[in-house]
Design a protein around this ligand. Structure first.
Ligand code: PLP
Length: 384
């Protein structure tokens, strides 16, 4: 078994997997069988039924857990299924504090699925960690963070917030989809749970939907394992194989995403058609200091506001030829989108305005194409 203290580049390729003992296959074969023969009742080789456990899923879970520096990984059929499973840990009457600038699907799940079941949710701006204290109640069981947030790329101080949670033994969950363990490891900073949409950078090729939860708390892991099997929102063996394959290049992909995004963010900030560029790696980002402290690099997502508002944004999105106008992020291909009309259309207008999601706000996911080609593509669609 591979040692957990190796570097992330090595773990990404080897953790959770070894050549198949029966054939020597270097890549773990895809085990599609839904059921596993038992020598006698209850006497099996570790697998009984694929909803409960499957060799490909076990490899994937072990690999991501190693990358996040956690003891236990649990994979799901989507990021939303992973988030919903964390929410199963709560009871009616429990209170959740969640940062106000989360993935739209997380907001929908909390407000429209879990609040009606008896949970109360407070949406809060937690950029100043002390603000968390004001929102904590006696029955607060979970604090939910995303950092950097989507699409405003606000940063939250995981270590400072985790210290406040520790005082009252409140669980802290961090959605680490944007940063990935290559740039930030929330468990090292005091989080109880890390959640990912594997659909984004972890798989990295925009061809698998998946989610994962990682924790080092064995008690929580056991309860999550129960829900994973009881609810059954598990990924297929093929999807697990695909994400495991994607993970092998996560370290090199992330360093290129970051390098290109840094160049493009700098260039965008020099364009007269642009009002402001939001990227944690720019010194103009209000939390650049925190980003430097908390993250190893600044990621591949950039948001920017066009001076010409919605009309200029519409023109840009229709002009680009390499960037594809589409939702989602984190794939090898560059994507461009308009949060107010696309990913964040379901956020109530007032909340959207409070967050700064205007009609001229554009979000890009910088892919792995040549960065000069990407820059020229954007230049072709900028109008003042
Ligand atoms: C996409 C996304 C999710 C949801 O994941 P799915 O795989 O689409 O269910 C959750 N959080 C963040 C930050 C995301 O970007």
């Amino acid at each position: 078994m591979i040692k957990p203290n190796l570097h992330l580049e090595t773990l990404a390729i080897h953790a959770g997997q070894q050549p198949d003992p029966t054939t020597g296959a270097v890549m773990p074969p895809i085990v599609l069988s839904t059921t596993f023969a038992q020598d006698g009742p209850g006497n099996h080789k570790g697998f009984e039924y694929t909803r409960s456990d499957n060799p490909n899923r076990r490899s994937l879970e072990a690999c991501i857990a190693a990358l996040e520096g956690g003891e236990h990984g649990l994979a799901f059929s989507s990021g939303c299924a992973a988030i919903a499973t964390v929410m199963q840990l709560l009871q009616p009457g429990d209170h959740v504090v969640a940062c106000d600038d989360v993935y739209g699907g997380t907001r929908r799940l909390f407000d429209r699925v879990y609040a009606p079941l008896g949970l109360s949710i407070t949406w809060a701006d937690l950029q100043s960690p002390a603000a968390l204290r004001e929102h904590m109640r006696k029955n607060t069981r979970l604090v939910w963070l995303e950092t950097p947030t989507n699409p405003m790329l606000k940063l939250l101080d995981i270590r400072a917030l985790s210290q406040i949670c520790a005082e009252t033994r409140t669980m802290l969950a961090v959605d680490n989809t944007f940063a990935t363990p290559m740039l930030q490891r929330p468990l090292d900073l005091g989080a109880t749970l890390v959640v990912h949409s594997m659909t984004k950078y972890l798989n990295g090729h925009s061809d698998v939907l998946g989610g994962v939860v990682v924790t080092s708390d064995s008690d929580l892991a056991q309860r999550l394992r129960f829900f994973q099997n009881a609810v059954g929102a598990v990924p297929s063996p093929f999807d697990c194989f695909m994400v495991l394959r994607g993970l092998k290049t996560l370290p090199v992909r992330m360093s290129q995403h970051c390098a290109s995004a840094r160049q493009i963010a700098q260039w965008l900030s020099e364009q007269s058609a642009i009002e402001r560029v939001i990227y944690p790696g720019l010194s103009s980002h209000p939390q650049h200091q925190l980003a430097t402290r908390q993250m190893r690099d600044f990621g591949g997502i950039i948001s920017f506001e066009l001076k010409g508002g919605g009309q200029a944004a519409d023109h840009l999105l229709k002009s680009v030829r390499i960037f594809t106008c589409a939702e989602s992020l984190g794939g090898v291909e560059s994507l461009i989108e308009l949060p107010s009309v696309m990913t964040h259309a379901s956020v109530p207008l007032q909340a959207r305005q409070d967050l700064g999601i205007t009609e001229g706000l554009v979000r890009i996911s910088v892919g792995l194409e040549n960065s000069e080609d990407l820059r020229d593509d954007l230049a072709s669609g900028l109008i003042s």
